[in-house]
Design a protein around this ligand. Structure first.
Ligand SMILES: Cc1cc2nc3c(=O)[nH]c(=O)nc-3n(C[C@H](O)[C@H](O)[C@H](O)COP(=O)(O)OP(=O)(O)OC[C@H]3O[C@@H](n4cnc5c(N)ncnc54)[C@H](O)[C@@H]3O)c2cc1C
Length: 188
C-alpha cells in the first residue's frame, strides 16, 4: 500500500562498514577528520559495542502527496509516514505532531458522537488526519533535503554561491519559520 523509503546514504550500490572498528576508523580518518580534536577524542574513546551505522532514509515528496496514507482503520505516523533527512531536526518533532493531530481528530469524532468512538467513522477520521499532515510533511521532507544538500555540498564556487548568497539569505529563515508549526491542542 505504501511506497518504501528511499536511501540517500550510502548511495545505492555502496555499503556501510559493519565492524565497529571500521566504523570508528572511517569516522576518524574521513568524515570527522576536520573537526576539532575534542570531538575526535569522543569518537576515539567511544565504547565500540555502541557503534552502529545505518543509512539515511527519506520518502520522495511526491509519494507523500499522491500516496495512500490510510486505509479503512489503518494509518501511519512518524517515520513510517514521512522519513526525512535529519537536516532540520524535524523527524521526531513531526512524529509528536502526528500524535496530537491524530488525537485531536479522534477526540472530535468521539465528542460529536456522544462520547462514543464509532468504528465505521474511523476511516473518515484518519482521512482528516492524513489530509492535515500531507502537505506539511511533504514540504518538510523537501526543505530538509535541500538544507542538507546545500550545507553539505562542498566548497566549490557554485555551491558556495548557492549556500551564502541564496540559501542563507533567502531560504533559511523561511525554513525556520516553517518548522515552527502549530499542530493545535489536545483538549481533554
Ligand atoms: C541520530 C539521530 C538524531 C536525531 N535527531 C533528531 C532531532 O534533533 N529532532 C527531531 O525532531 N528528530 C530527530 N531524529 C529523528 C527522530 O528520532 C525520529 O524521526 C523519530 O524517532 C521517529 O519516531 P517514530 O516513533 O516514528 O519511530 P521510532 O522512534 O523509530 O519508533 C519506532 C519503534 O517501533 C519499534 N518497532 C519497529 N518494528 C517493530 C515491530 N515489527 N514490532 C514492534 N515494534 C517495532 C522500534 O523498535 C521503535 O522503538 C533523530 C534521529 C537520529 C537517528
Amino acid at each position: 500500500m505504501f511506497f518504501s523509503p528511499a536511501q540517500i546514504y550510502p548511495f545505492p550500490g555502496t555499503s556501510l562498514a559493519e565492524d565497529p572498528e571500521d566504523i570508528q576508523k572511517e569516522v576518524l580518518e574521513n568524515y570527522a577528520k576536520d573537526l576539532p580534536p575534542i570531538y575526535l577524542d569522543v569518537v576515539q574513546h567511544a565504547d565500540l559495542s555502541t557503534l552502529i551505522w545505518a543509512p539515511l532514509m527519506f520518502r520522495y515528496p511526491w509519494n507523500v502527496v499522491f500516496g495512500k496514507l490510510s486505509k479503512q482503520n489503518i494509518t501511519v505516523a512518524g517515520d513510517a509516514m514521512h522519513p526525512m533527512t535529519p537536516d532540520l531536526a524535524q523527524g521526531g518533532c513531526s512524529a509528536l505532531e502526528d500524535a496530537v493531530i491524530l488525537g485531536r481528530h479522534i477526540r472530535t469524532s468521539f465528542v460529536q458522537n456522544g462520547q462514543v468512538l464509532v468504528l465505521k467513522n474511523l476511516s473518515e477520521v484518519l482521512g482528516k488526519y492524513v489530509e492535515e499532515k500531507r502537505w506539511h510533511v511533504t514540504l518538510l521532507i523537501m526543505w530538509s533535503y535541500i538544507s542538507g544538500w546545500v550545507q553539505q555540498g562542498g566548497s566549490g564556487r557554485g555551491m558556495k554561491f548557492l549556500r551564502d548568497a541564496i540559501f542563507y539569505k533567502f531560504l533559511f529563515l523561511k525554513m525556520v519559520k516553517y518548522v515552527n508549526y502549530d499542530c493545535g491542542k489536545l483538549d481533554f
